[in-house]
Design a protein around this ligand. Structure first.
Ligand SMILES: [Zn+2]
Length: 151
């Protein structure tokens, strides 16, 4: 059984989003996708200490897609600077692969292509970054991502 998001987790999410937006310089939906993917990685792999987990992010390395990276960095503390985050360039799609060093546990979280398409469509219609960010924050995670053990 999957645990449902509780109210306190939602409040934590809001706080995290504000913190990440301050770090990142602005608030947008790809930043929130990174935050939510990072939270799933932490929840499912449950690293016990810093440096136990590392992440590989695969995406098109340009804005707005790359905003995802900072969401991952703020939540997981796996960053380019500390060597725990590796970036791989990809023509399309966004995924994050979480790994625990000491075990064989690997989880790959991929943003649903439907979500990417929707966001690009909304951007082209002039929807604001903030509005889309809070919309992504409010959707159930099953609607945003697919999850795969290994990958
Ligand atoms: Zn951004």
């Amino acid at each position: 059984m999957k645990r449902r998001c509780s109210i306190s987790e939602d409040m934590d999410l809001k706080g995290l989003i504000m913190k990440a937006a301050e770090f990142h310089g602005h608030l947008g939906p790809f930043l929130v996708l990174g935050i939510r993917a990072g939270l799933i990685g932490l929840r499912e792999l449950a690293p016990e200490k810093f440096r136990q987990m590392h992440v590989t992010v695969k995406l098109n390395p340009s804005v707005p897609f790359s905003c995802f990276i900072d969401g991952i960095q703020v939540t997981t503390k796996c960053t380019v600077g500390n060597g725990l985050l590796r970036l791989e360039s990809s023509r399309e799609g966004i995924s994050a692969r979480f790994e625990i060093h000491s075990s064989q546990r690997v989880l790959t979280i991929t943003v649903r292509s439907k979500v990417l398409k929707y966001l690009m469509e909304m951007f082209s219609k002039g929807a604001s970054n903030e509005r889309l960010a809070w919309e992504i924050a409010s959707l159930p995670e099953e609607k945003l991502f697919t999850k795969e053990n290994g990958g």
